[in-house]
Design a protein around this ligand. Structure first.
Ligand SMILES: [Zn+2]
Length: 119
């Protein structure tokens, strides 16, 4: 079953980057580079897991969309800080997580250990 794309609510500014920033598998083949944003208000670090995964932070100030195809950032007041984060999951895992609604990923939780440092 395919999920429908969510969109940014009215009143949010949207900034889209068309240039694709491809993910990179690191030398150990266990790292995936994702384009994440940090909310200036609640400090959530979030990323989009699939093309139609519209991911908002917990306070609803910022959101990111586009998965690995493009980057669409939405924000209410202040644009979020964009950053690259390496996570130890595969694109397939992320897609399934989003598609099945498991929602284990999409938010960076350093204490959980799914964030790896690039070597
Ligand atoms: Zn927030």
């Amino acid at each position: 079953m395919k999920k429908r794309a969510k969109r940014a609510p009215k009143g949010m500014a949207v900034r889209k980057t068309d240039k694709q920033r491809p993910h990179v598998i690191n030398a150990e083949s266990k790292g995936l580079r994702v384009n994440a944003i940090e909310c200036p208000k609640c400090a959530d670090v979030i990323y989009s897991r699939a093309r139609h995964d519209y991911r908002a932070c917990k306070c609803g100030e910022v959101a990111i969309d586009g998965g690995f195809d493009y980057i669409k950032v939405a924000f209410k007041n202040k644009p979020p800080k964009e950053m690259e984060v390496w996570v130890s999951v595969s694109i397939k895992d992320l897609y399934q997580d989003w598609n099945a609604g498991t929602d284990k990923y999409g938010r960076v939780i350093p204490e959980r250990g799914d964030v790896v440092s690039p070597k």
